[in-house]
Design a protein around this ligand. Structure first.
Ligand SMILES: [Zn+2]
Ligand SMILES: [Zn+2]
Length: 239
């Protein structure tokens, strides 16, 4: 099944994301853009995955629980989970190694938590824009032990990317996937890294940044559904 995807979308739990990044707004905009599959990937939290997944299920959009992790080496990794339970396990483990710094909303922005009715049910008090005190290697191993897919985010960017910070992609990480940003030429990266699948996602912090129907993947490649086919026909097959 070939689906139009955007696997890097922030909700308003990320302080840097717009307050309009609510579950319903994200799902509605993704459907409007013709997407079949999205992932919620807030900085260091999975707090809003459940609400967006519920809305997605109601409206016929496949939503994956994900997270964008900043490791000790200060680059970003995207982890996508098979289910919410493993996403929560990963978050709990990660938070043990997050420096306890409190958010100052007037400076960094709010970190809203929503329910599936788009109501604010809380605000995350600890600042999420901090690096975990964990090397990338440990984070990768932990994610894989939970059956998650993990790969470096926006490798073409000049900051917070594996290439900007390490200069190369160390082979000991054994990545099968790499993410490039919206502006990158995906074919250049595919040529450069022929053994990896290159994913292109938006890193949307605003609704209008969510991708159009432009990135397409054979969903089975993601290996996140074990033997199950992603739910219902409602989500539709990409034509
Ligand atoms: Zn990032
Ligand atoms: Zn991001």
């Amino acid at each position: 099944m070939k689906w139009a995807y955007d696997l890097h979308i922030h909700t308003a739990a990320s302080p840097c994301a717009d307050d309009n990044m609510t579950p319903h707004n994200i799902v509605n905009m993704s459907l409007l853009k013709g997407l079949q599959l999205i992932a919620i990937t807030d900085h260091q939290t999975v707090a809003n995955c459940e609400a967006v997944m519920k809305v997605g299920k109601e409206k016929g959009l496949q939503v994956l629980a994900g997270i964008e992790i900043e490791c000790m080496e200060e680059f970003h990794l995207i982890a996508l989970f098979q289910d919410l339970q493993t996403a929560y396990v990963m978050e709990e483990w990660l938070w043990e190694s997050l420096p306890t710094i409190y958010n100052r909303p007037s400076i960094f922005g709010h970190q809203w938590k929503f329910n599936a009715q788009d109501e604010i049910v809380g605000e995350i008090s600890r600042l999420l824009l901090v690096a975990a005190r964990l090397p990338a290697y440990d984070i990768i191993q932990k994610a894989r032990s939970l059956g998650a897919l993990i790969y470096p985010a926006h490798i073409d960017r000049a900051s917070y990317s594996i290439l900007s910070n390490l200069g190369s992609i160390p082979t000991e990480y054994h990545f099968d996937f790499l993410e490039v940003s919206k502006k990158a030429n995906i074919y250049d990266y595919q040529k450069q890294y022929p053994h990896c699948t290159i994913l292109q996602s938006s890193d949307a912090h605003y609704l209008e940044d969510i991708l159009e129907k432009e990135s397409i993947i054979e969903v089975e490649k993601l290996k996140l559904w074990k033997n199950k086919i992603p739910y219902e026909k409602k989500a539709g097959e990409f034509q």
